[in-house]
Design a protein around this ligand. Structure first.
Ligand code: MEV
Length: 425
Protein backbone atom coordinates (compact mmCIF):
# COMPACT_ATOMS: atom_id res chain seq x y z
CA UNK A 1 0.00 0.00 0.00
CA UNK A 2 1.36 3.42 -0.88
CA UNK A 3 1.39 6.17 1.73
CA UNK A 4 0.81 9.01 -0.69
CA UNK A 5 -2.31 11.13 -0.16
CA UNK A 6 -4.71 10.59 -3.05
CA UNK A 7 -5.14 13.60 -5.30
CA UNK A 8 -8.27 14.88 -7.01
CA UNK A 9 -6.08 16.31 -9.79
CA UNK A 10 -6.70 13.46 -12.20
CA UNK A 11 -5.49 14.55 -15.58
CA UNK A 12 -7.41 13.15 -18.54
CA UNK A 13 -10.21 11.76 -16.32
CA UNK A 14 -12.76 12.75 -18.97
CA UNK A 15 -10.94 10.68 -21.60
CA UNK A 16 -11.25 7.43 -19.62
CA UNK A 17 -14.03 4.89 -20.10
CA UNK A 18 -16.80 4.70 -17.50
CA UNK A 19 -15.20 1.59 -16.02
CA UNK A 20 -11.77 3.19 -15.86
CA UNK A 21 -13.20 6.27 -14.17
CA UNK A 22 -15.01 4.11 -11.66
CA UNK A 23 -11.79 2.27 -10.91
CA UNK A 24 -10.02 5.55 -10.28
CA UNK A 25 -12.78 6.70 -7.94
CA UNK A 26 -12.80 3.36 -6.12
CA UNK A 27 -9.06 3.61 -5.67
CA UNK A 28 -9.28 7.22 -4.46
CA UNK A 29 -11.81 6.54 -1.70
CA UNK A 30 -11.31 2.82 -1.10
CA UNK A 31 -14.82 1.91 -2.26
CA UNK A 32 -15.85 -1.54 -1.17
CA UNK A 33 -16.94 -4.11 -3.77
CA UNK A 34 -20.62 -3.64 -3.04
CA UNK A 35 -20.51 0.10 -3.74
CA UNK A 36 -18.38 -0.43 -6.81
CA UNK A 37 -20.81 -3.00 -8.22
CA UNK A 38 -23.77 -0.80 -7.37
CA UNK A 39 -22.30 2.11 -9.31
CA UNK A 40 -21.48 -0.18 -12.22
CA UNK A 41 -25.14 -1.28 -12.58
CA UNK A 42 -26.57 0.67 -15.51
CA UNK A 43 -30.31 0.72 -14.60
CA UNK A 44 -32.51 1.69 -17.53
CA UNK A 45 -30.14 4.19 -19.09
CA UNK A 46 -27.62 2.95 -21.62
CA UNK A 47 -24.16 3.75 -20.18
CA UNK A 48 -23.04 5.07 -23.54
CA UNK A 49 -25.90 7.57 -23.53
CA UNK A 50 -25.23 8.46 -19.88
CA UNK A 51 -21.64 9.16 -20.87
CA UNK A 52 -22.78 11.52 -23.60
CA UNK A 53 -25.38 13.36 -21.52
CA UNK A 54 -22.89 14.64 -18.92
CA UNK A 55 -19.16 14.73 -18.32
CA UNK A 56 -17.07 12.31 -16.28
CA UNK A 57 -19.91 9.78 -15.93
CA UNK A 58 -19.28 6.86 -13.59
CA UNK A 59 -22.83 5.52 -13.23
CA UNK A 60 -26.52 6.31 -13.08
CA UNK A 61 -28.99 6.84 -10.24
CA UNK A 62 -32.45 5.27 -10.51
CA UNK A 63 -35.43 7.02 -8.96
CA UNK A 64 -38.88 5.38 -8.75
CA UNK A 65 -41.45 6.49 -11.33
CA UNK A 66 -44.99 6.33 -9.96
CA UNK A 67 -48.30 7.06 -11.68
CA UNK A 68 -50.76 9.62 -10.41
CA UNK A 69 -54.24 8.32 -11.12
CA UNK A 70 -57.67 10.01 -11.02
CA UNK A 71 -56.50 13.13 -12.86
CA UNK A 72 -59.01 14.75 -15.17
CA UNK A 73 -57.58 17.81 -16.89
CA UNK A 74 -59.67 19.95 -19.23
CA UNK A 75 -62.17 17.08 -19.45
CA UNK A 76 -59.54 14.50 -20.44
CA UNK A 77 -58.48 11.68 -18.16
CA UNK A 78 -54.72 11.43 -17.98
CA UNK A 79 -52.22 9.20 -16.18
CA UNK A 80 -49.27 11.16 -14.88
CA UNK A 81 -45.77 9.72 -14.40
CA UNK A 82 -43.91 11.20 -11.45
CA UNK A 83 -40.25 10.57 -10.65
CA UNK A 84 -39.55 11.08 -6.97
CA UNK A 85 -37.76 9.48 -4.06
CA UNK A 86 -40.20 10.96 -1.52
CA UNK A 87 -42.96 8.80 -0.11
CA UNK A 88 -46.54 10.14 -0.07
CA UNK A 89 -46.00 12.50 -3.03
CA UNK A 90 -47.72 10.31 -5.63
CA UNK A 91 -50.46 9.25 -3.21
CA UNK A 92 -51.14 12.91 -2.40
CA UNK A 93 -51.86 13.74 -6.05
CA UNK A 94 -54.06 10.64 -6.49
CA UNK A 95 -56.10 11.58 -3.41
CA UNK A 96 -56.54 15.23 -4.33
CA UNK A 97 -57.54 14.31 -7.89
CA UNK A 98 -60.03 11.70 -6.72
CA UNK A 99 -61.70 14.26 -4.48
CA UNK A 100 -62.28 16.78 -7.29
CA UNK A 101 -62.89 14.30 -10.14
CA UNK A 102 -66.70 14.45 -9.85
CA UNK A 103 -66.54 18.23 -9.70
CA UNK A 104 -64.95 18.23 -13.16
CA UNK A 105 -61.27 17.91 -12.26
CA UNK A 106 -58.82 20.59 -13.30
CA UNK A 107 -59.21 23.42 -15.80
CA UNK A 108 -55.96 24.78 -17.17
CA UNK A 109 -54.58 27.46 -19.44
CA UNK A 110 -51.30 29.03 -20.48
CA UNK A 111 -50.25 32.67 -20.74
CA UNK A 112 -48.01 31.95 -23.73
CA UNK A 113 -44.79 30.22 -24.65
CA UNK A 114 -42.51 33.24 -24.40
CA UNK A 115 -39.02 33.00 -22.97
CA UNK A 116 -36.68 35.89 -22.23
CA UNK A 117 -32.99 36.22 -23.05
CA UNK A 118 -31.02 38.99 -21.38
CA UNK A 119 -28.15 40.96 -22.90
CA UNK A 120 -26.14 43.03 -20.40
CA UNK A 121 -24.57 46.21 -21.77
CA UNK A 122 -22.10 48.15 -19.64
CA UNK A 123 -19.90 51.18 -20.18
CA UNK A 124 -22.48 53.22 -22.06
CA UNK A 125 -21.93 56.96 -21.43
CA UNK A 126 -25.56 57.75 -22.07
CA UNK A 127 -27.58 54.69 -20.99
CA UNK A 128 -30.97 56.30 -21.52
CA UNK A 129 -30.10 57.31 -25.07
CA UNK A 130 -28.64 53.84 -25.69
CA UNK A 131 -31.91 52.31 -24.53
CA UNK A 132 -33.77 54.25 -27.21
CA UNK A 133 -31.12 53.49 -29.86
CA UNK A 134 -31.67 49.78 -29.23
CA UNK A 135 -35.46 50.08 -29.25
CA UNK A 136 -35.21 51.88 -32.63
CA UNK A 137 -33.53 48.76 -34.05
CA UNK A 138 -36.43 46.44 -33.27
CA UNK A 139 -36.99 45.34 -36.88
CA UNK A 140 -33.29 44.67 -37.39
CA UNK A 141 -33.11 42.79 -34.08
CA UNK A 142 -36.05 40.67 -35.12
CA UNK A 143 -34.39 39.77 -38.42
CA UNK A 144 -31.06 38.95 -36.72
CA UNK A 145 -32.70 36.79 -34.06
CA UNK A 146 -35.01 34.95 -36.40
CA UNK A 147 -32.11 34.18 -38.74
CA UNK A 148 -30.61 32.11 -35.87
CA UNK A 149 -33.50 29.66 -35.89
CA UNK A 150 -35.42 29.44 -39.18
CA UNK A 151 -37.09 26.19 -38.08
CA UNK A 152 -38.56 27.88 -35.01
CA UNK A 153 -39.88 30.66 -37.24
CA UNK A 154 -41.36 28.07 -39.60
CA UNK A 155 -43.18 26.56 -36.61
CA UNK A 156 -44.72 29.93 -35.76
CA UNK A 157 -42.15 30.99 -33.17
CA UNK A 158 -39.28 33.47 -33.16
CA UNK A 159 -38.68 36.92 -31.73
CA UNK A 160 -41.93 38.31 -30.39
CA UNK A 161 -40.86 41.57 -28.81
CA UNK A 162 -38.00 43.39 -27.15
CA UNK A 163 -37.78 45.31 -23.91
CA UNK A 164 -34.88 47.52 -22.85
CA UNK A 165 -34.33 48.80 -19.32
CA UNK A 166 -31.68 50.84 -17.55
CA UNK A 167 -30.91 49.26 -14.20
CA UNK A 168 -28.89 50.94 -11.49
CA UNK A 169 -26.33 48.33 -10.47
CA UNK A 170 -23.89 48.97 -7.66
CA UNK A 171 -21.00 49.61 -10.07
CA UNK A 172 -22.73 51.64 -12.79
CA UNK A 173 -25.96 51.97 -14.75
CA UNK A 174 -26.44 49.01 -17.10
CA UNK A 175 -28.61 48.69 -20.15
CA UNK A 176 -30.43 45.36 -20.12
CA UNK A 177 -32.02 44.14 -23.32
CA UNK A 178 -34.75 41.51 -23.13
CA UNK A 179 -35.34 39.41 -26.21
CA UNK A 180 -38.82 37.98 -25.80
CA UNK A 181 -39.01 34.87 -27.92
CA UNK A 182 -41.86 32.52 -28.71
CA UNK A 183 -40.14 29.14 -28.30
CA UNK A 184 -43.19 26.96 -29.10
CA UNK A 185 -42.53 23.37 -28.00
CA UNK A 186 -38.92 23.84 -26.93
CA UNK A 187 -37.81 24.60 -23.40
CA UNK A 188 -36.11 27.40 -25.27
CA UNK A 189 -32.75 27.89 -23.56
CA UNK A 190 -30.70 27.04 -26.64
CA UNK A 191 -32.86 29.09 -28.98
CA UNK A 192 -32.79 32.27 -26.91
CA UNK A 193 -29.15 31.97 -25.89
CA UNK A 194 -28.09 31.69 -29.54
CA UNK A 195 -30.10 34.79 -30.37
CA UNK A 196 -28.60 36.77 -27.50
CA UNK A 197 -25.07 35.79 -28.52
CA UNK A 198 -25.68 36.65 -32.18
CA UNK A 199 -27.10 40.03 -31.28
CA UNK A 200 -24.37 41.09 -28.85
CA UNK A 201 -21.83 42.55 -31.33
CA UNK A 202 -24.56 44.56 -33.02
CA UNK A 203 -25.66 46.05 -29.73
CA UNK A 204 -22.06 47.01 -29.02
CA UNK A 205 -21.67 48.69 -32.40
CA UNK A 206 -24.99 50.60 -32.09
CA UNK A 207 -24.18 51.91 -28.62
CA UNK A 208 -20.41 51.96 -28.17
CA UNK A 209 -20.87 49.97 -24.93
CA UNK A 210 -19.53 46.57 -23.97
CA UNK A 211 -21.70 43.44 -23.75
CA UNK A 212 -20.93 40.91 -21.03
CA UNK A 213 -23.73 38.43 -20.28
CA UNK A 214 -25.98 36.92 -22.96
CA UNK A 215 -28.23 34.34 -21.36
CA UNK A 216 -31.87 33.39 -20.82
CA UNK A 217 -33.74 34.42 -17.69
CA UNK A 218 -35.25 31.57 -15.72
CA UNK A 219 -37.90 33.95 -14.45
CA UNK A 220 -40.25 32.79 -17.21
CA UNK A 221 -43.07 35.13 -16.24
CA UNK A 222 -44.42 35.22 -19.78
CA UNK A 223 -44.80 31.45 -19.80
CA UNK A 224 -47.22 30.95 -16.94
CA UNK A 225 -49.12 27.69 -16.54
CA UNK A 226 -52.46 28.02 -14.77
CA UNK A 227 -54.76 25.46 -13.21
CA UNK A 228 -57.87 25.66 -11.08
CA UNK A 229 -60.26 23.19 -9.50
CA UNK A 230 -63.05 23.08 -6.94
CA UNK A 231 -63.52 20.54 -4.19
CA UNK A 232 -67.02 19.96 -2.84
CA UNK A 233 -67.16 21.18 0.73
CA UNK A 234 -69.03 18.06 1.85
CA UNK A 235 -66.70 15.65 0.05
CA UNK A 236 -63.61 17.04 1.76
CA UNK A 237 -65.10 16.81 5.25
CA UNK A 238 -67.17 19.98 5.70
CA UNK A 239 -66.65 23.70 6.29
CA UNK A 240 -64.08 23.20 9.03
CA UNK A 241 -61.70 21.37 6.71
CA UNK A 242 -62.30 23.89 3.92
CA UNK A 243 -61.66 26.81 6.26
CA UNK A 244 -58.57 25.10 7.66
CA UNK A 245 -57.13 24.86 4.14
CA UNK A 246 -57.90 28.52 3.46
CA UNK A 247 -56.39 29.52 6.78
CA UNK A 248 -53.23 27.54 5.88
CA UNK A 249 -53.05 29.53 2.64
CA UNK A 250 -53.46 32.82 4.53
CA UNK A 251 -50.64 31.72 6.83
CA UNK A 252 -48.37 31.16 3.80
CA UNK A 253 -49.36 34.51 2.30
CA UNK A 254 -48.42 36.30 5.52
CA UNK A 255 -45.25 34.41 6.45
CA UNK A 256 -42.32 33.52 4.16
CA UNK A 257 -41.21 30.77 6.56
CA UNK A 258 -44.49 28.98 5.97
CA UNK A 259 -44.70 29.99 2.28
CA UNK A 260 -41.38 28.27 1.62
CA UNK A 261 -42.68 24.95 2.96
CA UNK A 262 -46.07 25.44 1.29
CA UNK A 263 -44.34 25.97 -2.06
CA UNK A 264 -41.94 23.09 -1.40
CA UNK A 265 -44.99 20.84 -1.25
CA UNK A 266 -46.19 22.22 -4.59
CA UNK A 267 -42.74 21.58 -6.06
CA UNK A 268 -42.87 17.98 -4.77
CA UNK A 269 -45.46 17.40 -7.48
CA UNK A 270 -44.13 19.80 -10.09
CA UNK A 271 -40.51 18.62 -9.98
CA UNK A 272 -41.54 14.95 -10.10
CA UNK A 273 -43.26 15.41 -13.47
CA UNK A 274 -40.57 17.76 -14.77
CA UNK A 275 -37.96 15.12 -13.93
CA UNK A 276 -39.99 12.19 -15.30
CA UNK A 277 -40.25 13.97 -18.64
CA UNK A 278 -36.53 14.76 -18.82
CA UNK A 279 -37.03 18.49 -18.36
CA UNK A 280 -34.83 20.91 -16.42
CA UNK A 281 -35.94 20.74 -12.78
CA UNK A 282 -33.67 23.59 -11.70
CA UNK A 283 -35.00 25.96 -14.34
CA UNK A 284 -38.58 25.36 -13.25
CA UNK A 285 -37.73 25.55 -9.56
CA UNK A 286 -35.77 28.81 -9.74
CA UNK A 287 -38.50 30.33 -11.92
CA UNK A 288 -41.23 29.26 -9.50
CA UNK A 289 -39.51 30.62 -6.41
CA UNK A 290 -38.56 33.90 -8.09
CA UNK A 291 -42.14 34.30 -9.30
CA UNK A 292 -43.38 33.69 -5.76
CA UNK A 293 -41.27 36.68 -4.66
CA UNK A 294 -42.21 39.13 -7.39
CA UNK A 295 -44.18 41.38 -5.06
CA UNK A 296 -41.09 41.79 -2.90
CA UNK A 297 -42.32 39.22 -0.35
CA UNK A 298 -42.05 35.47 -0.86
CA UNK A 299 -45.64 34.21 -1.13
CA UNK A 300 -47.78 31.23 -2.01
CA UNK A 301 -47.89 30.01 -5.62
CA UNK A 302 -51.49 28.87 -5.05
CA UNK A 303 -54.66 30.66 -3.98
CA UNK A 304 -57.46 29.12 -1.89
CA UNK A 305 -60.91 30.64 -1.41
CA UNK A 306 -64.58 29.84 -0.90
CA UNK A 307 -66.51 29.36 -4.14
CA UNK A 308 -69.94 30.92 -4.62
CA UNK A 309 -71.69 27.68 -3.64
CA UNK A 310 -69.55 27.17 -0.55
CA UNK A 311 -67.11 24.72 -2.14
CA UNK A 312 -63.35 25.08 -1.89
CA UNK A 313 -61.75 26.75 -4.92
CA UNK A 314 -58.02 26.38 -5.54
CA UNK A 315 -55.84 27.85 -8.25
CA UNK A 316 -52.19 28.04 -9.21
CA UNK A 317 -50.14 30.21 -11.55
CA UNK A 318 -46.53 29.17 -12.03
CA UNK A 319 -43.80 29.80 -14.63
CA UNK A 320 -43.33 26.58 -16.54
CA UNK A 321 -40.37 26.41 -18.92
CA UNK A 322 -40.70 22.86 -20.16
CA UNK A 323 -40.30 21.45 -23.65
CA UNK A 324 -40.83 18.37 -25.72
CA UNK A 325 -37.89 18.68 -28.05
CA UNK A 326 -34.21 18.60 -27.31
CA UNK A 327 -32.07 17.45 -24.41
CA UNK A 328 -33.05 14.58 -22.17
CA UNK A 329 -36.73 14.84 -23.19
CA UNK A 330 -35.77 13.37 -26.52
CA UNK A 331 -32.70 11.34 -25.59
CA UNK A 332 -33.61 9.65 -22.32
CA UNK A 333 -35.74 6.60 -23.22
CA UNK A 334 -37.58 6.68 -19.88
CA UNK A 335 -38.45 10.35 -20.36
CA UNK A 336 -39.75 9.53 -23.83
CA UNK A 337 -41.88 6.72 -22.42
CA UNK A 338 -43.25 9.05 -19.74
CA UNK A 339 -44.20 11.60 -22.40
CA UNK A 340 -45.94 8.80 -24.27
CA UNK A 341 -47.97 7.93 -21.14
CA UNK A 342 -48.98 11.57 -20.85
CA UNK A 343 -49.93 11.65 -24.53
CA UNK A 344 -48.88 15.29 -24.84
CA UNK A 345 -48.16 16.78 -28.24
CA UNK A 346 -47.39 20.34 -27.14
CA UNK A 347 -45.19 21.85 -24.46
CA UNK A 348 -48.15 23.99 -23.37
CA UNK A 349 -50.20 20.92 -22.56
CA UNK A 350 -47.33 19.42 -20.59
CA UNK A 351 -46.91 22.68 -18.66
CA UNK A 352 -50.63 22.82 -17.87
CA UNK A 353 -50.64 19.23 -16.61
CA UNK A 354 -47.70 20.01 -14.35
CA UNK A 355 -49.49 23.03 -12.91
CA UNK A 356 -52.53 20.84 -12.13
CA UNK A 357 -50.25 18.37 -10.34
CA UNK A 358 -48.77 21.19 -8.26
CA UNK A 359 -52.24 22.32 -7.23
CA UNK A 360 -53.31 18.76 -6.39
CA UNK A 361 -50.19 18.27 -4.29
CA UNK A 362 -50.85 21.47 -2.37
CA UNK A 363 -54.49 20.51 -1.71
CA UNK A 364 -53.48 17.20 -0.14
CA UNK A 365 -50.71 18.72 1.97
CA UNK A 366 -52.93 21.51 3.30
CA UNK A 367 -55.82 19.16 3.95
CA UNK A 368 -53.62 16.79 5.92
CA UNK A 369 -51.94 19.62 7.81
CA UNK A 370 -55.25 21.29 8.66
CA UNK A 371 -56.73 18.01 9.94
CA UNK A 372 -54.84 14.92 11.09
CA UNK A 373 -51.32 16.17 10.31
CA UNK A 374 -49.07 14.58 7.72
CA UNK A 375 -47.30 12.01 9.86
CA UNK A 376 -50.19 9.53 9.98
CA UNK A 377 -50.36 9.09 6.21
CA UNK A 378 -46.63 9.35 5.90
CA UNK A 379 -45.88 6.66 8.43
CA UNK A 380 -46.91 3.59 6.42
CA UNK A 381 -44.37 4.23 3.69
CA UNK A 382 -41.87 5.76 6.05
CA UNK A 383 -42.03 2.72 8.33
CA UNK A 384 -41.23 0.51 5.35
CA UNK A 385 -38.23 2.67 4.51
CA UNK A 386 -37.03 2.45 8.11
CA UNK A 387 -37.57 -1.33 8.05
CA UNK A 388 -35.38 -1.61 4.94
CA UNK A 389 -32.76 0.67 6.48
CA UNK A 390 -32.65 -1.67 9.48
CA UNK A 391 -31.89 -4.55 7.13
CA UNK A 392 -35.32 -6.19 6.65
CA UNK A 393 -35.75 -8.06 3.37
CA UNK A 394 -38.69 -9.64 1.54
CA UNK A 395 -41.73 -10.30 3.71
CA UNK A 396 -39.86 -9.02 6.77
CA UNK A 397 -40.31 -5.45 5.51
CA UNK A 398 -44.10 -5.32 5.88
CA UNK A 399 -44.08 -7.24 9.13
CA UNK A 400 -41.43 -5.05 10.70
CA UNK A 401 -43.08 -1.87 9.40
CA UNK A 402 -46.36 -2.93 11.02
CA UNK A 403 -44.63 -3.56 14.35
CA UNK A 404 -43.12 -0.06 14.23
CA UNK A 405 -46.53 1.47 13.57
CA UNK A 406 -48.13 -0.60 16.35
CA UNK A 407 -45.45 0.54 18.76
CA UNK A 408 -45.87 4.11 17.49
CA UNK A 409 -42.10 4.28 17.21
CA UNK A 410 -41.01 4.48 13.60
CA UNK A 411 -37.33 4.81 14.44
CA UNK A 412 -34.21 3.09 13.22
CA UNK A 413 -33.03 1.98 16.67
CA UNK A 414 -36.43 0.42 17.42
CA UNK A 415 -36.50 -1.19 13.96
CA UNK A 416 -33.13 -2.81 14.58
CA UNK A 417 -34.26 -4.26 17.92
CA UNK A 418 -37.57 -5.44 16.49
CA UNK A 419 -35.89 -7.04 13.49
CA UNK A 420 -33.68 -9.04 15.80
CA UNK A 421 -36.72 -10.22 17.78
CA UNK A 422 -38.66 -11.01 14.60
CA UNK A 423 -35.81 -13.16 13.28
CA UNK A 424 -35.59 -15.07 16.56
CA UNK A 425 -39.28 -15.93 16.51
C1 MEV B 1 -43.31 17.73 2.59
O1 MEV B 1 -42.41 17.24 1.61
C2 MEV B 1 -44.20 18.81 2.03
C3 MEV B 1 -45.09 19.52 3.06
O2 MEV B 1 -44.27 20.03 4.12
C4 MEV B 1 -45.77 20.64 2.33
C5 MEV B 1 -46.52 21.61 3.23
O3 MEV B 1 -46.17 21.75 4.41
O4 MEV B 1 -47.43 22.26 2.70
C6 MEV B 1 -46.08 18.59 3.70
Amino acid sequence: MSNTTPTSRISGFHKLTIQERLNKVAEFCHLDDESRQQLARPGNLDPELADRLIENTIGTLSIPVGIATNMKIDQDDVLIPMATEESSVVAAVCNAARQCYDNGGFTTSMSGSLMIAQVQLVGAQDPSACRLKILEKKAEIKALCNACDPLLVQLGGGLHDIDVRVIHAVSEPMVVVHLIVDVRDAMGANAVNSMAEALAPHIESWTGGRVYLRILSNLADQRLARARATWSCDAIGGPEVRDGIISAFHFAEADPYRATTHNKGIMNGVTAVVLATGNDTRAVESGAHAYASLTGTYRSLTQWEIAENGDLAGSIEIPMAVGLIGGATKLHPTARACLEILGVTTADRLAQIIAAVGLAQNFSALKALATTGIQKGHMTLHSQNIAMMAGAVGSEIDRLAQRLIDRQAVRLDVAEQELELLRKQ
